[in-house]
Design a protein around this ligand. Structure first.
Ligand code: NAP
Length: 341
């Protein structure tokens, strides 16, 4: 395997976990952050022994500055950085442009630096949307239909970014070994109070800010498995992963099942976890007044089961159970003082 890896988005939940595994395996890690002086103390505190094996570079997805330096000397890239907000933006281009241009920028600078392995963090959001109301099962062969009127900005951003990067590599860097990891909603232990949007779902369930559960669900995967998938994709023989697409999802759960699992496995933390459902009519009633409710409205009653078996088999993963992942999320939120019970 490569000795020096560039992981973009080192401040992020997934990016941090990928760095963690790589440093533990003795690798040298370059990482991009938007503000080195702000992020360096936090990253050094997490890996106090990394020393020279961890190098920070200032680079934004929207700007060329810093990318050549970050790529120089690296053998492979895990491109994880991309906007992932909870709020729905007024203009979808706030997500689409940095996701697409950032992926293109990362792959272009990687190619110019002679890097021949590139792993892109995509999402099941680039797989499951816009296929019509009856589809419930999906594989790596499915692509979100971005032209569909009900596909949300985030799903568009991930689909367009993944497509654009794949097309660019096919045209300009056919020798590059490119593949994507497409995670479902990511849960598992948090390491600080900079929470990823997915984690906020559990936080809000437990702190009482979601009193009623809309009848919708999420595919669940643990952050440790997502990181392991990236590392496996970085080190697998080229023929196994070239042009590959690896959805990672342990299973689909309704929000009511997630709440029940938390109440069962961590009852002392789950006193405020919702037990009642929000009637569909209420979600629809509130939809015109809230962009989030409007997105939820399109998800009511929809199961989206993505097959994680292909990734597990090719990359040698044994998924942590969704229930374990949720319990570990909850306990880590308490451990870091984020959730008060
Ligand atoms: P996160 O904790 O919010 O991390 C996002 C990272 O992207 C942060 O490091 C952030 O940097 C960086 N970033 C955002 N906009 C940027 C910009 N304009 N320039 C440079 N860096 C920028 O989220 P995460 O959960 O780790 O997500 C990481 C990746 O996984 C994303 O590509 C996301 O789409 C994908 N994903 C996540 C999930 C999930 O459920 N968590 C599921 C599927 C796919 P700052 O710290 O400076 O903001």
């Amino acid at each position: 395997m490569a000795d020096t890896i560039l992981v973009t988005g080192g401040t992020g939940y997934i990016g941090g976990e990928v760095i963690h595994l790589l440093l533990a395996a003795g690798k040298t890690v370059h990482t991009t952050v938007r503000n080195v002086s702000k992020s360096e103390p936090r990253l050094r505190a997490r890996w106090p022994d990394a020393g020279e094996r961890l190098k920070l570079f200032q680079a934004d997805l929207m700007d060329d500055a810093g990318w050549a330096e970050a790529c120089a000397g690296a053998d492979a890239v895990a491109h994880v950085a991309s906007p992932f907000p909870l709020a729905v933006p007024k203009d979808e281009n706030e997500l689409i442009v940095p996701a697409r241009d950032g992926a293109l920028r990362a792959v272009r600078f990687a190619h110019e630096a002679g890097i021949t392995r590139f792993v892109l963090t995509s999402s099941v959001a680039a797989i499951v949307y816009g296929h019509g109301d009856d589809r419930e099962s999906f594989t790596q062969d499915d692509w979100t239909v971005v032209e569909h009127p009900r596909v949300a900005a985030y799903a568009k951003s991930k689909t367009i970014a993944e497509r654009s990067a794949r097309d660019w590599v096919a045209e300009h860097a056919p020798d590059m070994v490119f593949c994507s990891i497409n995670p479902a909603a990511v849960f598992g232990p948090v390491v600080n109070d900079d929470l990823s949007t997915s984690i906020e779902v559990v936080q809000k369930m437990l702190d009482g800010s979601i009193p009623l559960l809309p009848h919708m669900g999420l595919g669940v995967i643990d952050v440790r498995d997502v990181a392991q998938a990236h590392v496996a994709a970085l080190e697998a023989p080229a023929a196994k992963v070239r042009d590959g697409r690896f959805p990672v999802q342990e299973k689909f759960m309704w929000l009511s099942e997630m709440s029940k699992a938390l109440r069962t496995l961590a009852p002392e933390l789950s006193g405020k976890a919702p037990t009642k459902g929000m009637p569909n009519f209420l979600v629809k009633l509130l939809a015109p007044f809230s962009a989030e409710m409007n997105t939820m409205k399109n998800e009511l009653g929809k199961a989206r089961v993505v097959d994680g078996a292909h990734a597990a088999k090719t990359l040698g993963l044994t998924y942590i159970s969704a229930e374990q992942s949720l319990e570990d999320t909850a306990r880590s939120l308490v451990k870091h003082g984020i959730l008060k019970v």
